[in-house]
Design a protein around this ligand. Structure first.
Ligand SMILES: C[S@@+](CC[C@H](N)C(=O)[O-])C[C@H]1O[C@@H](n2cnc3c(N)ncnc32)[C@H](O)[C@@H]1O
Length: 210
């Protein structure tokens, strides 16, 4: 069952980071998601670890039926407020990805933006996410790679939490990857993401046999 109060070390620091009025990563969507989402078929979307909800609210504005989830109750409250301000429906769930149930073949789109997890958990989460996708459903991922440690413009400082394309190819095995690249781009998204950054970007689709 999803837990409202996580025991994963460091998670409560997100509540502290989100405690102010300001949206730490801004209220506009992630740049990569904004280039991809308009071309995807509308349906049920899940934004995992969506913090203060900027990506979820954006997808709702595009016409998706969106659920935002994050371990931070403070973040999810701000997501609800943003949805209200933008006059779009949004379901929020406060839960830890360690035991969040994606369901089976439930989602047309799953979005993971700057969701940095310990490797074992990351693999397990993406495996469950693939199970949770409907046939022809899509997953969109952007995350910082280990090269981001040289840029220092956002993201975790522990290499263990950073993600390589090769990792994602394994994690998302069975999906057809339409976009799969490591690149450097300016990520200027709120106070938390402040310049040139080394990222991995993936768009994958579930095929009939996945
Ligand atoms: C860098 S923020 C990204 C927020 C959002 N995706 C965005 O792009 O604005 C990382 C988020 O991951 C969430 N998170 C980290 N570990 C988690 C876990 N095990 N379960 C649920 N959320 C988690 C944190 O609460 C935080 O909101």
């Amino acid at each position: 069952m999803p837990r409202a109060n996580s025991t994963q070390p460091g998670l409560s620091r997100w509540d502290e980071r989100y405690a102010g009025e300001e949206y730490v990563f801004g209220t506009e969507p992630n740049g990569f998601l904004a280039t991809v989402a308009p071309r995807l078929e509308r349906g049920r979307a899940l934004c995992i670890a969506d913090g203060e909800g900027r990506n979820s609210v954006y997808l709702a504005e595009l016409g998706f039926r969106v659920t935002a989830m994050d371990a931070s109750a403070v973040g999810m409250q701000k997501a609800s407020r943003l949805a209200l301000e933008r006059n779009v429906p949004l379901t929020t769930v406060v839960a830890d990805l360690r035991d969040y149930s994606f369901g089976r073949e439930r989602w047309d789109l799953i979005v993971s933006i700057f969701c940095h997890l310990p490797p074992e958990l990351r693999r397990d989460v993406y495996r469950r996410a693939v199970d949770g996708l409907r046939r022809d459903g899509a997953i969109v991922v952007e995350a910082y790679t280990p090269r981001q440690l040289e840029y220092g413009t956002g993201g975790p400082s522990s290499e263990d939490l950073l993600v390589r394309l090769d990792d994602l190819r394994v994690d998302l095995e069975g999906l057809r990857l339409r976009t799969a690249r490591e690149t450097v781009r300016p990520v200027i998204e709120g106070r938390g993401h402040t310049g040139e950054a080394a990222v991995v970007q993936v768009v994958g689709f579930k095929q009939s046999s996945s």
